[in-house]
Design a protein around this ligand. Sequence first.
Ligand code: NAG
Ligand code: NAG
Ligand code: NAG
Ligand code: NAG
Ligand code: NAG
Length: 198
Amino acid sequence: MIFISLLSAVTPVFVQTGKDLLLEVKEPVVLNEGDFFTWNVNGSDNAVRLVHGGKLNISSNYKSRVEFSAQNHSLLLKNVQKRDSGVHRALVSGDKDITVAEYSVTVLDPVSGVKLTVKLCSSDSTKVTVICSTEDSLISNTFTCDTQTCSHEEGTPGASLDIYLENGSVICNHSNQVSSKTDIQKIEDLCKKPEGKS
Ligand SMILES: *[C@@H]1O[C@H](CO)[C@@H](O)[C@H](O)[C@H]1NC(C)=O
Ligand SMILES: *[C@@H]1O[C@H](CO)[C@@H](O)[C@H](O)[C@H]1NC(C)=O
Ligand SMILES: *[C@@H]1O[C@H](CO)[C@@H](O)[C@H](O)[C@H]1NC(C)=O
Ligand SMILES: *[C@@H]1O[C@H](CO)[C@@H](O)[C@H](O)[C@H]1NC(C)=O
Ligand SMILES: *[C@@H]1O[C@H](CO)[C@@H](O)[C@H](O)[C@H]1NC(C)=O
């Protein structure tokens, strides 16, 4: 017999280090005699087990940092750390395992700050080449902007650094799925700076 499970799709979740994460079970969970409910991590660790009759067992790794709702089976993971990344699956196990919720969790640090520095200004200050780099200078991208657009010149491959124009200002934006930091400067101000050469 072919078993077709009504799997809910895996939900990707991004969360910032140190925040709390609520993993919800959106469908009703019914435990018949002999069934049990688990929150499983990475296919190996059973963080929470609940048997028919309501007896709850939270594994020692999770005991001090989760809250489980016996009412709706949601799991609150407190103060998440990068090692909490992974697949978190809620299962009802009887004759078969039935997945009732599944999350692919990624824990990320917030991005570091950024700064814009001028490399070159046109003599009429309408065109500027700037470097958008992180404060720790680990990654940077170089862009040339006129009053209409910015075009990418060179930089760290895959860097999450972008530049765009708004109201005659250049905005350098460093972002990931959980945070963003920006440096905003007017093109004309950038060109006024002493390091800007014409
Ligand atoms: C939880 O399960 C462990 C291992 O099966 C067992 O030693 C422990 O007594 C159980 N705790 C509770 C509160 O049922
Ligand atoms: C489940 O219960 C938790 C804790 O009481 C609550 O924060 C959460 O909103 C509830 N979720 C749903 C889907 O009812
Ligand atoms: C789950 O697996 C990923 C990838 O192997 C690992 O980085 C992560 O720490 C694991 N999560 C837990 C909670 O064990
Ligand atoms: C750009 O100008 C508009 C209209 O004056 C204003 O609403 C908006 O906040 C400005 N954006 C920035 C980044 O200054
Ligand atoms: C920076 O980029 C991110 C991702 O594209 C976006 O969500 C965020 O709103 C941007 N920040 C500003 C200040 O424009």
